[in-house]
Structure formats: C-alpha cells, structure tokens
Design a protein around this ligand. Structure first.
Ligand SMILES: [Zn+2]
Length: 239
C-alpha cells in the first residue's frame, strides 16, 4: 500500500496523526505521513512520534521504498496509531534553501539566458549549487546574490500544481536533470513548483509559499571547478 504523502499538498503541515500499517525492528510504515523522505537534493525530515501506547520515539531517518515511506526510529514501535511532529526548524530552513535554488535558477535564466544549474545538494545549514556557466566569476556571483535578494524583498508567490505529462512536455526545461527527464516519461501527472513569473519546474520537494519568507541569501563560497563548471554555496537568514 502506498503511503499518502501529506507534504506534497501542504508543506507547512508540522503535526499529523496516522495509523500504523506495519513495523519491522525500528522501521515503521504509516498509512500517511508529513515526513519528507529525502530526494531531489533535499534531505529527509526528522522529528518524533507518540504512540497510542504512550511510548515516544524519535524519527532519525526517513526513506522512500517502492511507494512506501519508511520511518526509522530510535527504538521499537509500540502501538497501532501515532501523533507525529516533524522538526519544523530544520524543515523550514531546508524549504527556504530549496526555494532559493529555484529562485536563483530563474534569475540566472532571466538575466543571462543561460548558466543553468546542473545540480544541487541541500544540507541542514547551507546548499551547494553546481552550474554550467563558463563566464561566472566571483564578482558576477555577487551580482546574482544582489538580484536574488532584491526579488526576495519584493516577494513572489510560490505555487504547487499538478499538470498532465502532455502539458508538461510542452514547457521548455520543465525537467532540468537527466533523472528528472526520465522520471517525467514515466508519469501521467506531474507536480510543478512555480515561482510565479520567474521559474517553473517539475519538483517533488517542499517549498515556502512566498519567496519573502527566505529573508536573505548569501553566497558563502565560490569555486571554479573548470572552464564550464562552477560551484556556489549559499546560506539563508530568513525567519
Ligand atoms: Zn527542486
């Protein structure tokens, strides 16, 4: 049975109740969850659960295995239902970093017409962004940082919607990585994250509702990895 993925519809859901489907050792499968299992460069959520037996356990890892979300706990589950909470401080920062990467991608496309982000990884406190952008220098990166912060201060809505594969295939660069394009071929319905007027891409992650929630980004590292390949590290300082 596939787990119902509550975070796809509401990325601000911090607590939820669910029924236990089964458990094995310290691994637990619920009928529904708000815990993000990791993927697309965004790390999994952590948090805690209180079972109807009264037992409380920490969620130390979450992963997706053939349609089911496996919660790895710090002890053996005991009960048939749970009240769970995700570590919101961690998740909210991951959301802000994730939306920041999409925002920078949109700004670079708008201002340079190329320089696409080829990969990224979000960590608890920062994000790494890889670009194929031959002319990117430290100075230019600072300009991108300034334009990104200017957009953030103005604010823009971030929308999540579902469209058909046929519709998605008509949008240029809707999937920007090879695994993304392969996944798109296998889907009937595609989840789109849109920073209204700036960026639109296929995405399974969790994002803020408005870019102004990001607060401020700073580029903390610039690396010249080759004639085409550049790497940036960013941090966010929003509330
Ligand atoms: Zn993304």
């Amino acid at each position: 049975m596939e787990t119902e993925l509550l975070y796809l519809k509401d990325s601000y859901l911090k607590t939820f109740s669910a029924s236990v489907v089964r458990s094995e050792g310290r691994s637990l499968i619920l009928d529904r969850t708000a815990f993000y299992p990791g993927g697309g460069g965004q790390p999994c959520d952590m948090g805690s659960m209180v079972f109807n037996s009264g037992k409380t356990l920490k969620v130390i890892e979450v992963k997706k295995m053939s349609g089911e979300i496996v919660h790895v706990l710090d002890g053996e589950p005991d009960g048939t239902s749970v009240n769970a909470s995700i570590d919101w401080e961690r998740r909210y920062r991951l959301m802000k970093l994730h939306t920041s990467i999409h925002l920078m991608d949109g700004i670079i496309r708008r201002d340079f017409g190329h320089g696409y982000i080829t990969g990224g990884q979000i960590y608890e406190d920062r994000a790494r962004v890889d670009l194929d952008f031959p002319e990117l220098t430290r100075e230019l990166a600072q300009k991108i940082e300034a334009s990104t912060n200017e957009e953030i201060s103005k604010g823009l809505e971030v929308r999540v919607k579902y469209i058909s594969k046929e519709e998605a295939l008509k949008i240029p660069d809707i999937a920007r990585t090879k695994p993304g394009r392969e996944l798109l071929e296998r889907l009937d319905e595609v989840r789109i994250v849109e920073i209204v007027g700036l960026d639109m891409q296929m995405d399974g992650g969790t994002h803020v509702r408005d870019i102004k929630e990001i607060g401020n980004i700073s580029i903390v590292k610039f690396e010249n990895k080759g004639s085409h390949s550049k790497r940036l590290e960013i941090k966010v300082s929003g509330t």
